[in-house]
Write a protein that binds this ligand. Structure first.
Ligand SMILES: Nc1nc2c(ncn2[C@@H]2O[C@H](COP(=O)(O)OP(=O)(O)OP(=O)(O)O)[C@@H](O)[C@H]2O)c(=O)[nH]1
Ligand SMILES: [Mg+2]
Length: 439
């Protein structure tokens, strides 16, 4: 396997106390030896203080290094982690010295890619590494960590094992077609296939919430001019992002900002609201609002006071996931759906409501059920489900076990692609092991 030594700065460039540089690959230790004075590989996974120097011998910094011999490293190859002072010059010089010593600048994601190739992580876990880094809300980070620790992989592994079992049962049926009372009648295998398909569908059903969790739900503020949309936007963000004035029609363009509602990720959008445009700019603003409304996962319809929604407002609520928010409660009095951007009253109640509307029962759960979070996951599971559906007619009494086996194999291979375990030998090996009938 190609594992030439690669090097990269593992921390963001810029002014900071520390920076971490990572080298991985065959020959990583030889590379480090040319840069680190007195470099030793023993003891492994132990922090050592040393001077780092450039190819011409000039010192770069005094810092710490840690050696991770293969395979007990993140990538599965030999790894050296060096920490030096942060900022721009020192880490850049250290990386340059390691390149001069024989390492190549790593491509994006290359360390994790190698971890997958070396089977330290499966594809789902590798995706979770990216999600964990990108997480902005606590619930996102929790879900990503749980996926990184294998919660979703285990769930898929169980499904895969069930499919392998089906393949094994069918294998027996194919090998001994004339034995009337084989170990398991075809109809029972069919019932089992229906059960596995049900479990796949359960996992598929987690997609909307999972994708929403990973990407952040789109929450759009709507309402008449001066309803208090921008004030609420600022209050929910905790910063004065949008302009607020007593002039109706202050907001014209839409502003989007990421935040969280009780730890759940949302992308909050302030809009111009919906009303009769007075001029060309207003018309554009209203058009922009309509597009955001169409894309919204949840609309917060702001109504100034306790009156009933008017026709224009009722139209916004129709056919959408929406919450009515009574704004300016410091002026109009409290209520279960009333908030005040001025005093902060009702904001936490609104955040809780938003989280519940968007993430449902999950919002109340301390532990997230492992679910799927990407289109790639959804497509693969749908393929597995459809393959099982195609297998069912052949599992009816008098059906063709060979044809059923073909579809079950396709379902299993869809899951293999999903987890990144595309080793067909493994499947065959397991079928053979669990169903050796002395042939
Ligand atoms: N007392 C009080 N005044 C508020 C509150 N929220 C908004 N206002 C006032 O209401 C007026 C309009 O507020 P905005 O937040 O600009 O309303 P908007 O819906 O964004 O208005 P447009 O962008 O013009 O459509 C401003 O004068 C705010 O100070 C509140 O909770 N309490
Ligand atoms: Mg506004």
């Amino acid at each position: 396997m190609l594992a030439d030594p690669i090097v990269a700065l593992a921390t963001p460039p810029g002014r900071s106390a520390l920076a971490v540089v990572r080298v991985s690959g065959e020959g990583a230790f030889a590379v480090a030896r040319r840069v680190v004075a007195g470099f030793r590989t023993d003891p492994p996974r132990t922090v050592t203080l040393a001077t780092f120097h450039a190819a011409d011998g000039t010192p770069i910094d005094r810092g710490l290094y840690t050696v991770f011999p293969a395979p007990a490293s993140y990538t599965g190859d030999d790894v050296v982690e060096l920490s030096c002072h942060g900022g721009l010059a020192v880490p850049a010089r250290l990386v340059a010295a390691l390149e001069a010593a024989g390492a190549r600048a790593a491509a994006p994601g290359e360390f994790t890619r190698r971890a997958v190739l070396n089977r330290k992580l499966d594809l789902l876990q590798a995706e979770a590494v990216g999600d964990l880094i990108d997480a902005t809300a606590p619930a996102q980070a929790r879900a990503a960590l749980s996926q990184l620790e294998g919660s979703l992989s285990r769930r898929l592994e169980a499904l895969r094992a069930a499919l392998v079992e089906l393949q094994a049962l069918l294998g027996y049926e194919i090998d001994f077609p004339d034995e009337d009372d084989g170990p398991v009648p075809l109809g029972r295998i069919g019932a089992e296939a229906v059960a596995v398909r049900g479990r796949i569908e359960q996992l598929l059903a987690t997609a909307p919430a999972g994708e929403r969790l990973r990407e952040g739900a789109l929450v759009v503020l709507a309402g008449r001019p001066n309803a208090g949309k921008s004030s609420l936007f600022n209050a929910l963000l905790g910063s004065e992002r949008a302009l607020v004035t007593e002039v109706a029609g202050t907001t014209r363009d839409a502003i989007e900002a990421p935040t969280d509602a009780m730890g759940w990720p949302i992308r909050l959008v302030d809009t111009a609201g919906l009303w009769e445009p007075a001029d060309a700019i207003d018309r554009l603003g209203v058009g922009v609002s309509r597009r955001w409304l169409a894309a919204a996962d949840l609309v917060l319809l702001c109504i100034d006071g306790h009156r009933a929604p008017g026709d224009d407002e009722a139209e916004v609520l129709r056919g959408r996931s929406a919450v009515v928010v009574r704004t300016k409660s410091d002026l109009h009095g409290a209520g279960s759906d009333a908030v005040s951007a001025e005093t902060g009253e009702g904001l936490d109640r609104l955040r809780t409501r938003i989280a519940e509307e968007l993430f449902g029962a999950r919002a109340a759960l301390a532990d997230l059920e492992p679910g799927i979070s990407r289109e790639r996951h959804r497509t693969a599971l749908a393929r597995a489900r459809d393959a099982l559906t195609a297998a069912l007619p052949h599992l009816a009494p008098g059906g063709e076990a060979v044809l059923a086996a073909h579809h079950v194999r396709e379902a299993a291979s869809a899951l293999d692609v999903l987890v990144g375990a595309i080793d067909v030998d493994e499947v065959l090996g397991r079928v053979f092991a669990s169903f050796c009938v002395g042939k």
